[in-house]
Design a protein. Structure first.
Length: 329
């Protein structure tokens, strides 16, 4: 499609450069250069179309207005207006276009006497550039492809058709892969990782060496296994899927119990802390209440004593007064 020099996108760009070129001439060029290719097929009738066999299937393209769509560009003066906009947001949106214009002008070698206008790229050239960038990124990275399975052929949500999903899994080789993995030893764990993960389930010395003998010792203590359920390699322990599932269930139960124990102790600590704080506050309130009641009682008692003392003094003074009065009379 994009290969030099006679790829379909290359032919489309070349035809766009000629004023006399039409969609028919573009189609004839494609038939001429790719008619013998097994991935390219001509129409049986003289129709303005061609078919390409892609990875996903055959796709038929109509060449009507191919050249016009290839030049579906925004006018250059409009783009320059956006680049020179005083609004920073608009200018930043077209910053990449300004860089392309500067690069094009540098390559053309503009002089003081001659000025050549910037030639905007076509849709095909933009597609080729984005395709090359995608290929470069994929070469630099380690891509992972996700295999999708359609739940139904009607494109409806909430509808799961077992026969459709089963056929996809069968013809994509997933079921065969699962069967092969079940017959062999699909789980392969290095000795050190095995010892570190399952040591907590058995009474194993912390300084145990990561060797196959210790791994088998742990495995036999945790699961009822036979010799054909595992195999010892140079650095890894090979196991059946059923044995691995038993180990993981034991490990998950142990982790769950440890989490529950930790939660229990944490909740107990928080409740005790809350209880001690509440008890301290209650004792403080009790002390304040007792002090208030004692002060009230003291005030009443003091008032009563003062009244009693006054009465006693009145009685004593009256008695003295009466004695003095008798003497004087």
């Amino acid at each position: 499609i994009a290969q030099r020099p006679y790829g379909i996108l290359r032919i489309l760009d070349d035809q766009s450069s000629f004023p006399q070129a039409t969609d028919h001439t573009f189609l004839q060029k494609c038939h001429y250069h790719h008619g013998s290719n097994e991935l390219y097929s001509k129409p049986k009738m003289p129709l303005p179309e061609f078919t390409i066999k892609h990875y996903a299937g055959k796709v038929t393209y109509q060449v009507h207005k191919f050249l016009d769509k290839n030049y579906d560009q925004v006018r250059q003066d409009v783009l320059e207006l956006f680049v020179n906009s005083k609004v920073k947001l608009v200018a930043n949106l077209f910053f990449s276009y300004a860089q392309l214009v500067a690069q094009q002008k540098t390559m053309m070698g503009m002089s003081s006497s001659t000025k050549r206008k910037y030639k905007p790229p076509t849709i095909a050239s933009k597609f080729q550039q984005s395709l090359l960038e995608l290929v470069e990124k994929m070469e630099r990275c380690n891509p992972f492809f996700v295999r999708c399975i359609k739940p139904n052929n009607k494109k409806k949500p909430g509808l799961f058709e077992e026969d459709v999903v089963g056929a996809q899994m069968k013809y994509s080789g997933i079921l065969e892969t699962i069967r092969i993995r079940k017959e062999g030893f699909p789980v392969r764990i290095p000795f050190k990782i095995f010892i570190d993960r399952y040591r907590c389930l058995v009474d194993l010395h912390p300084d145990s060496l990561p060797e196959g003998m210790y791994c088998v010792k742990v495995l036999t203590k945790l699961c009822p296994v036979t010799r054909d359920m595992y195999c010892i390699g140079a650095t890894k322990l090979f196991m059946k899927e059923s044995v691995y599932q038993q180990l993981e269930s034991r490990w998950e139960r142990m982790v769950q119990m440890a989490v529950l124990t930790l939660q229990r102790y944490t909740r107990g600590f928080l409740i005790k802390k809350r209880f001690y704080a509440l008890r301290h506050k209650i004792i403080l309130i009790q002390a304040r209440c007792r002090g208030f009641l004692a002060r009230q009682k003291y005030s009443r008692l003091r008032g009563t004593i003062i009244k009693f003392r006054c009465l006693v003094r009145i009685y004593v003074n009256r008695k003295r007064y009466l004695k003095k009065r008798q003497r004087t009379s």
